[in-house]
Design a protein around this ligand. Structure first.
Ligand code: AVJ
Length: 371
C-alpha cells in the first residue's frame, strides 16, 4: 500500500484546480459523467442550501450587532477563502494538514480494516479530499468498488474533490452540497457499513456544546455498527500553535480579511481592508486559538443590504474563528458524550494530531422491525 501511495503526490495540481474559474455545478456533473466509474448523477443539494443571500445577511446582522462582534467561520469559505485555506494547508507553520496526512499515509489500511469492510465513506467538510484519497485508496485495495460521498458547504471544494478523485477509477463519487449535519440528508446506503469521516480538525471550529450536538447529529443519522473517524489537532504549546495561525507569509491574514471582501461584494458593505488587521490570540482557559479582525481606527461601516451602519471603536475586534485544541482525553470524552464508542486511535510520533475511530453502539430501544 505504501508503495502505491508514493506516486500519489496529493498536492500537485491543486493550484491549477483552484484557479480554474468559471466552473459551475453542471461542469462538475460533467466531470462525474465522463469519468468511468464515477456517478453520473447530479451534485446533491440538500434543502436549505448554504450561503444563500438570506443566510449570509442574517448571520452578519446577528454577528455584527452583538456586543462582542462575531462572524461565523463558515463565512470565511467562499471561493477565494477556500482557495486561501488550501494555501494555508501547505504553509510551513501550518503543521496540521501534513501531520494528519502522514498518519493517514501510514495507517489508512489499518483504519479502514478496523472500521469493518465492506464500507462506503461519507466525508463531512470534505475540502479538496486530498487526504481522504489515502483512505479511499486503502479501501479500494480491499474491496472492488467503493462509494464516496463528500459533503461540503463549498461548491469549489466539491469540484476539487471530484477532480482529485477522478484517477480512482473504481470509486464512485456522489458529492453533496450541504451544511452538515443540519441540512444533511444521506442518500440510501450502498454498502453494509458506513464510515463517516470528519478530518482536518474541522471539529475545532465549533464551541464544545455545538461540537457535541454536531457529532450527536451525525450519530443519529447512522445505524448501529457504523463507524466515525474524527481527525483533530491536539492541545500543545501556544509557541507551536500561534505561528500556525499567524504565518510569516501573511496567508492566514489574507484568509481572515477575505471575509470582509465577501461582505463588500455580497452585501454592498464598505469595509476598508487597510483599516482592519488580522489578530491571533491563544485562549488558555478555553484551550483555543482565536482569530480576530481588529479595527485599527474608529470608524463606521455602512452595510446597505442590511440597511445599517456598524460602528467600530479603535482596537475593537470581530471574532471570526475559534480553533479548539483538545487533549486526548477531551477528544475521547467528546465522542462518548455524543453517543459514540471510541475504539482505536492513531497519532503521529510527536502526538500533535490524533485520529480516533468510534462506533455507533446498538440502540437501547430497538424499533419493531429495525435491523
Ligand atoms: C479548517 C477549522 C481546521 O482551525 O486550523 C486555519 C481553519 N483558520 N487557519 C483550523 C484555519 C486559519 C482550520 N480548520
Amino acid at each position: 500500500m505504501r508503495g502505491s501511495l508514493t506516486t500519489t503526490a496529493p498536492d500537485e495540481g491543486i493550484d491549477e484546480g483552484i484557479n480554474d474559474e468559471g466552473m459551475n455545478g453542471e461542469e462538475m456533473n460533467g466531470v462525474g459523467a465522463d469519468g468511468a466509474g464515477l456517478d453520473g448523477g447530479r451534485v446533491g443539494v440538500a434543502a436549505g442550501a448554504p450561503d444563500t443571500f438570506a443566510a449570509v445577511a442574517a448571520a452578519v446582522r446577528a454577528g455584527l450587532t452583538a456586543p462582542q462582534k462575531t462572524l461565523p467561520p463558515w463565512l470565511l469559505y467562499d471561493e477565494t477563502g477556500s482557495a486561501l485555506f488550501e494555501e494555508i494547508t501547505a504553509l510551513p507553520e501550518y503543521y496540521l494538514t501534513r501531520t494528519e496526512r502522514a498518519i493517514l499515509a501510514s495507517s489508512s489500511d489499518e483504519i479502514v480494516s478496523a472500521a469493518g469492510l465492506p464500507l462506503e465513506i461519507v466525508e463531512l467538510g470534505a475540502g479538496s479530499a486530498t487526504k481522504t484519497s489515502l483512505l479511499l485508496e486503502a479501501l479500494l485495495a480491499r474491496q472492488p468498488t467503493a462509494l464516496y460521498t463528500p459533503v461540503d458547504v463549498s461548491p469549489t471544494a466539491l469540484r476539487l474533490a471530484v477532480a482529485e478523485l477522478r484517477r480512482l477509477r473504481r470509486l464512485r463519487v456522489r458529492p453533496i452540497l450541504a451544511r452538515y449535519p443540519d441540512d444533511l440528508v444521506l442518500p440510501e446506503r450502498t454498502a453494509e457499513r458506513r464510515l463517516v469521516v470528519f478530518l482536518g480538525s474541522n471539529i475545532g471550529n465549533y464551541e464544545p456544546s455545538e461540537a457535541r450536538a454536531l457529532l450527536a447529529g451525525v450519530r443519529r443519522r447512522l445505524e448501529p455498527g457504523d463507524a466515525f473517524l474524527l481527525g483533530a489537532d491536539l492541545a500543545k504549546s501556544p509557541r507551536l500553535l500561534r505561528p500556525a495561525y499567524d504565518d510569516a507569509a501573511g496567508v492566514t491574514a489574507r484568509f481572515n480579511l477575505n471575509v470582509l471582501v465577501r461582505l463588500n461584494r455580497e452585501l454592498g458593505a464598505a469595509f476598508n481592508l487597510d483599516r482592519f488587521r488580522h489578530v491571533v490570540k491563544w485562549n488558555a482557559v478555553a484551550s483555543r486559538m482565536e482569530l480576530y479582525l481588529e479595527s485599527t481606527v474608529a470608524q463606521t461601516v455602512p452595510i446597505p443590504a442590511l440597511n445599517t451602519r456598524i460602528a467600530f471603536a479603535r482596537g475593537e475586534r470581530i471574532h471570526t474563528e475559534s480553533s479548539y485544541k483538545l487533549t486526548r482525553t477531551a477528544q475521547r470524552r467528546l465522542l462518548v458524550d455524543a453517543g459514540f464508542q471510541p475504539e482505536a486511535r492513531w497519532y503521529d510520533a510527536r502526538k500533535w494530531f490524533g485520529l480516533t475511530l468510534a462506533r455507533v453502539p446498538a440502540r437501547r430501544r430497538s424499533r419493531l422491525g429495525a435491523s
